[in-house]
Write a protein that binds this ligand. Structure first.
Ligand SMILES: Nc1ncnc2c1ncn2[C@@H]1O[C@H](COP(=O)(O)OP(=O)(O)OP(=O)(O)O)[C@@H](O)[C@H]1O
Ligand SMILES: [Mg+2]
Length: 305
């Protein structure tokens, strides 16, 4: 649904986005992560034709975002980072105006408006002046505007920022629901949000993709921790022979050793480790796996230069 090839966007001499390539398949929900200034919003602005790329290309639903931007934009619902509004308009009036611009057929407009206002929880303020809305309501109105024409693709730049906890939960549920038949790219700094919503994660750092993988692959079990007793040299030497071991370290507590086995791939070798323990008659009182959290991974990637 979305193809990005070697995309670069420079502001002066600075490359905000630097040779980025990725694809998003139909009905995927992709989380776009990265520290402040990484290039997330810039990438989204290129995808939605608000900014022209310096080089490279991007296509949405098969339409080039530069040469065919009108067709591309018809298929996108975009929630920008700061939502531009007409502060003197009323909520319903504004959405009706946007629906007209986005070619929602006249006959369906009223029903569509009511439905979307209901879903985004702005129905109770439909006659209020936008300039008088609280921040959270404005954010929800932005989301309503993004989906008013029922686009197959959603590009959401920090969709839950500024919402209260109940609304955060409600908005996540809405995004999840929308994601069942839409393709979604969302940026956020709330990592648990990514774990709740996304199939796949792209971490962007200094304008480049640092990591792109499915959430399952990223946070698979990657360490085994044992509390074990026996000859520690035998233990580490034996375990080192096993496949997929990156590193083994241990600390001692009286007769017991806490052994940490770091794995270099996602293969599950717990049963083999257990067999070795039984064969060698080592004593064991704890055997557990540990996951690398998305947060650990994010910090590791984005704090190294
Ligand atoms: N219009 C502009 N003119 C000049 N520089 C810009 C412009 N827009 C963005 N930049 C720069 O491009 C870089 C990427 O910014 P961008 O807004 O894409 O980051 P981001 O990943 O969305 O960050 P955040 O998490 O803070 O929203 C930054 O260094 C920013 O200062
Ligand atoms: Mg941004």
């Amino acid at each position: 649904m979305i193809q990005v090839e070697n995309l670069t966007k420079k502001f002066g001499n600075v490359a905000a986005v630097d040779g980025v390539s990725f694809n998003v398949e139909n009905r995927e929900i992709v989380g776009f992560l990265g520290p402040n200034g990484a290039g997330k919003t810039t990438t989204m602005r290129v995808l939605t034709s608000y900014l022209a790329p310096t080089s490279g290309r991007a296509a949405v639903a098969g339409f080039d975002v530069v040469r065919n931007s009108l067709e591309a934009r018809k298929r996108i619902g975009y929630l920008p980072e700061s939502v531009p509004f007409y502060p003197e308009m009323r909520v319903r009036e504004y959405l009706s105006f946007r629906a007209k611009l986005k070619a929602v057929p006249r006959k369906q407009r009223k029903q569509r408006l009511d439905e979307v206002m209901e879903r985004c929880r702005v129905k109770d303020v439909e006659h209020k002046i936008i300039g008088h809305l609280s921040k959270g309501y404005r954010q929800r109105l932005g989301l309503a505007e993004a989906i008013i024409h029922n686009p197959p693709i959603l590009i959401l730049d920090e969709p839950t920022i500024g919402l209260d906890p109940a609304q955060i939960r409600q908005t996540r549920e809405l995004i999840k629901e929308l994601g069942q038949d839409k393709t979604v790219i969302l940026s956020t700094h709330i990592l648990p949000e990514v774990e709740m919503l996304c199939n796949r994660v792209i971490i962007i750092h200094q304008g480049k993709i640092a990591i792109m993988d499915t959430l399952n692959n990223l946070v698979k079990d990657q360490k085994i921790k044992l509390e074990i007793t026996g000859n520690i040299n035998d233990i580490t030497e034996t375990l080192k022979q096993l496949p997929g071991i990156k590193n083994i370290s241990f600390t001692q507590q009286d007769l017991w050793y806490v052994v940490t086995i770091e794995l270099s791939n996602n293969e599950d070798i717990r049963d083999i480790v257990y067999q070795k323990i039984v064969q060698n008659q080592w004593g064991i009182r704890e055997f557990k796996t540990e996951r690398t959290t998305l947060e650990e991974m994010f910090i590791r990637i984005t704090t190294r230069e």
